[in-house]
Ligand binder design. Structure first.
Ligand SMILES: Nc1nc2c(c(=O)[nH]1)N[C@H]1C(S)=C(S)[C@@H](COP(=O)(O)OP(=O)(O)OC[C@H]3O[C@@H](n4cnc5c(N)ncnc54)[C@H](O)[C@@H]3O)O[C@H]1N2
Ligand code: MOO
Length: 421
């Protein structure tokens, strides 16, 4: 629920017009849908893509009963009830080189891990548990018929939906698909994301800074995160704080991209034109979220193109990207279950300042204390322009909307960066 106290004061951070993070995220997710267009890719090229069709197993994995251990394959019926059984070794089964004959009573086969179980065998005894003398194996009691066998279809059975449409292809899923023998998969096409920074103060890398100038760090942080998400990035550079230039850039992005992401110019300053332009060229869904940093964030549409205008402050841009842009892009990329990064409680080693009214994402370093407990400490400075706080951190410390300050020793929730930032 949005907090709409009309009595906000300088002691709290309430803004009656701001959506809660949950409201903003829900609204963003409801207003985007998976892009149309799919392609067939060789498995090797499909990492990071999203399946456009379910994958159904045409055969079991593993295809054959096989040995889970190096040892001796035998018939469970030959295991002794007491004393020892003595069995003749009549051959060897290797992984990929099966022993093709059937065994008879009193016989066994030397077998390696992964080898197909020879006909007539249903049990593998580890080599450490037998004695071998002159091609004969002595097996004692205490074994169970069927032990150390990996049955055909143990992992995947024929006809099983192995991965649903809308599943992100991770390295583990590449392996799973390869285990099925899949050569190609049908995936959603890449999402086209245009990105530009706005601001007259932004100076190209390699150029000396003029008075009042800064280097454009946001475009680098954001393009890094976009690359990790696997989008097709259209880097439109820097656009001056000039309505005519901004309008042209907006229109060009709306022609060529599924999504336009900008940074800067979304607040209330006299050079902050982004929100008004979006209102003129398209429609605004929301532009303020009760989070810190990252309150001003414009979300809307220009025709079919989704627009996300992030704040200029570098930490604010990264936080809004992580919390709102990332799930929206993943839904557009075709993911059906867009899971949010996990959040869990740990003890905080630092005192944290916090005023009620905005949910806060302070930057923290999650580590293991000497006694083994996981703990978090805040990075040294928490200003929304302090990029070193992001670079030093490996997680957000998530402080709830109405929460006040935290004392060292209290429990706080943390959310790991998960390799995205
Ligand atoms: N009177 C008010 N002023 C501000 C408010 C407010 O509510 N009332 N909100 C503040 C908050 S919170 C934020 S966040 C910023 C966001 O403002 P903008 O999105 O309009 O961003 P700019 O004003 O363009 O820039 C803010 C800050 O970030 C630097 N910046 C901008 N782009 C980049 C870039 N690509 N790389 C690195 N740094 C960048 C810029 O130089 C400014 O220092 O507004 C507050 N003000
Ligand atoms: O929301 Mo601003 O992002 O506090 O710096």
């Amino acid at each position: 629920m949005a907090h709409t106290s009309p009595l906000s004061s300088c002691r709290d951070d309430h803004d009656p017009d701001a959506l809660t993070l949950e409201q903003a995220r829900t609204r963003a997710l409801a207003q985007v849908s998976p892009i149309r267009g799919r392609e067939c890719l060789m498995l090797r090229l499909a990492l990071g893509r999203v399946l456009a069709e379910p994958v159904i197993a045409g055969a079991p994995v593993p295809a054959h009963d096989n040995a889970a251990m190096d040892g001796y394959a035998l018939a469970g019926a030959d295991l002794p009830r007491q004393g020892k059984a003595v069995l003749d070794v009549i051959g060897t089964a290797w992984a990929g080189r099966p022993f093709m004959n059937a065994i008879g009573q009193g016989q066994c086969v030397r077998i390696m891990t992964g080898a197909m179980i020879p006909s007539g065998c249903d049990t593998v005894i580890m080599q450490e548990h037998v004695e071998v003398q002159d091609q004969r194996v002595h097996v004692g009691t205490g074994h169970r018929p069927g032990e150390n066998i990996r049955p055909a279809g143990e992992d995947i059975h024929t006809g099983q939906t192995v991965l649903a449409a809308g599943t992100l292809i991770t390295p583990a899923r590449l392996g799973l698909l390869a285990s099925l023998g899949r050569v190609e998969v049908s995936v959603h096409r890449r999402l086209r994301v245009a990105l530009f920074s706005t601001g007259d103060e932004l100076t190209a890398l390699g150029k000396p800074l003029p008075p009042g100038g800064i280097h454009d760090s946001n475009r680098h942080t954001l393009s890094g995160m976009l690359t990790r998400l696997g989008v097709e990035l259209i880097d439109m550079g820097v656009v001056r704080d000039e309505p005519r230039h901004l309008r042209e850039a907006f229109e060009e992005a709306a022609r060529c991209a599924d999504v336009l992401i900008t940074t800067g110019g979304v607040s209330v300053g006299e050079a902050d034109f982004v929100r008004d332009l979006l209102g003129e060229l398209g429609r605004i869904s929301f532009w303020k979220v009760a989070i810190k940093p990252g309150r001003p964030m414009a979300f809307g549409h220009m025709g079919q193109t989704v627009f996300m205008g992030l704040p200029g402050n570098p930490v604010s841009a990264a936080v809004t990207f992580y919390q709102i842009v990332q799930p929206a892009l993943r839904r557009m990329m075709g993911e059906i279950e867009v899971s949010l990064p996990p959040c869990f409680p740990v003890r905080c080693l630092s005192d944290l300042k916090k005023r009620p009214g905005r949910m806060e994402f302070q930057r923290g370093v999650l580590s293991q204390a000497d006694d083994g407990e996981w703990v978090v400490r805040a990075t040294s400075s928490q200003g929304s322009g302090i990029l070193s706080s992001m670079s030093e951190a490996n997680c957000f410390i998530v402080l709830e909307l109405e929460q006040g300050p935290v004392a060292a020793g209290d429990l706080v929730k943390v959310q790991p960066f998960q390799g995205l930032i």
